[in-house]
Design a protein around this ligand. Structure first.
Ligand SMILES: Cc1ncc(COP(=O)(O)O)c(C=O)c1O
Length: 437
């Protein structure tokens, strides 16, 4: 089918609820690169929404999946099979703390559903605390925890009851209007007050947090926030759920982002990068917690698909053998430094932040030079659109995030070479320079 026909038919056949980030019709993808129907090559700095962490169609993954296809494709919890158990063993080695038991499912949202069910079942408490600005998925339970935008919740009420909301420590746009240099983590004090005013700690099953805010704005919390949160949860017997769906599998230069903060959760949700694009996710917890989730309390038909699990094993193997965590740290560190240098030249780049290969650049309206008002932090979505368009024309795919869609996510795969990063930064800087009035 021709590109125009595919787009036309897609508009006729696929629901308009789904938003596509580009109009590229892909012919073939490999590693960092995607070729469109006309033969144009793009550098994919979107990583299929933080999923193709080791690039498109990685050879070891393709080989492992093909082998598995010849053995068994589906079990539906009828049979046991090797790839699921081998993957669980590999995950046990790389997940933090005492996490050593798994429930495999298919998507991030499903893992989040599983995590809150596990927490409620085991603690016999109902309350869940989530964060303003968070994204945890689109199913009814997950969207009840999601407030990255009210648009995702519109017309779906009533949502899950007994969900409470604390302000995410998003310092550039503090929900409490504070300045991070002087506030003494007021947002944490707010959470503590919630446990007096809104719900008693002994009624809270879990607190769920993204260790780096994803869809909500690529914001990195202050180092101590997660440490304090860990202590608070332990003190009250609240289970700490860390949602590593977007941040996991080397995205931040470590296997999981919570490692940067020196904490381990009671429950972790993982998906996206786990199997290089094959549908797979997991609720991860300790034997102690999982053993209280009684037989039949949760289930799945497709979860832990044999082919997806084989792809997951090969994905982990590739990250280890090709030393991709080190690469993400090195190439990401370089990019962050360069982006911060650019920020000094272009005040429209209001904030540059991130860890490893998970970086956010926030475009803001700025006062004309010579005025005393300094920089205005109001979001500049129009500027972002110009930059994305220019990058796209030059063969660099970047995508946006944040409540005002004024933040660029710089999230290339972990295989990105230094030379490729330099080329992407050059395209990006030219796009910023040429979009400035
Ligand atoms: C942190 C986080 N949790 C959950 C999800 C939901 O994952 P899925 O789209 O696979 O359901 C996402 C997706 O972007 C995410 O970023």
């Amino acid at each position: 089918m021709k590109k125009e026909d595919i787009i036309k038919k897609a508009n006729q056949l696929l629901t308009p609820a789904l938003i596509f980030h580009t109009d590229i019709v892909v012919k073939k993808a490999g590693g960092l690169y995607v070729e469109d129907a006309s033969g144009k090559i793009y550098m994919d700095f979107s990583s299929g929404l933080a999923t193709t962490n080791i690039g498109h169609c990685p050879p070891r993954v393709v080989k492992a999946a093909k082998k598995q296809l010849d053995e068994i494709i589906h079990s539906g919890c009828i049979f046991r099979y090797n790839s699921e158990i081998e993957l669980a063993e590999r995950l046990k080695e790389i997940t933090p703390g005492k996490l050593d038991m798994f429930f495999f499912s298919n998507s991030g949202a499903e893992a989040v559903e599983g995590a809150i069910k596990l927490a409620r079942f085991v603690t016999k408490r109902q309350g869940i605390i989530a964060y303003t600005g968070a994204f945890h998925g689109r199913t009814m339970g997950a969207v009840s925890l999601t407030t990255s935008t009210a648009k995702y919740r519109r017309n779906y009420h009533p949502l899950l009851p007994s969900i409470f909301r604390a302000p995410y420590p998003y310092c550039y746009r503090c929900f409490l209007g504070q300045n991070p240099d002087t506030c003494g983590m007021d947002c944490f004090a707010y959470l503590q007050k919630m446990l007096k005013h809104e719900i008693n700690p002994d009624e809270v099953a879990a607190i769920i947090i993204e260790p780096v805010l994803g869809e909500g704005g690529y914001a990195v919390p202050p180092k101590d926030y997660l440490k304090e949160l860990r202590k608070l949860c332990t003190q009250h017997g609240i289970l700490l759920i860390v949602d590593e769906v977007q941040t996991g599998f080397g995205r931040t230069g470590k296997w999981f982002a919570c490692e940067h903060f020196g904490i381990a959760p009671d429950i972790m949700t993982i998906a996206k990068g786990i199997a290089s694009g094959f549908p797979l996710s997991a609720v991860v917890s300790t034997k102690e917690i999982m053993s209280k989730w009684l037989p039949g309390a949760h289930g799945t038909t497709f979860g832990g698909n044999p082919v997806s699990c084989a792809a997951g094993i090969a994905t982990i193997e590739t990250i280890v053998k090709d030393e991709l965590l080190d690469n993400a740290e090195k190439v990401g560190g370089y990019a962050l430094k360069k982006l911060k240098e650019m920020q000094k030249k272009y005040p429209v780049m209001g904030d540059v932040r991130g860890i490893g290969l998970m970086m956010g650049i926030e475009f803001v309206k700025h006062a004309p030079s010579g005025t005393k008002t300094g920089r205005d932090k109001s979001p500049d979505r129009e500027f972002l659109k110009k930059v994305l368009n220019k990058c796209y024309k030059k063969g660099l795919i970047l995508i946006e995030c944040g409540i005002d869609k004024n933040i660029i996510r710089f999230m290339p795969p972990l295989i990105t070479k230094m030379e490729e990063m330099k080329k992407a930064l050059e395209i990006f800087e030219k796009a910023v320079a040429n979009s400035s009035a």
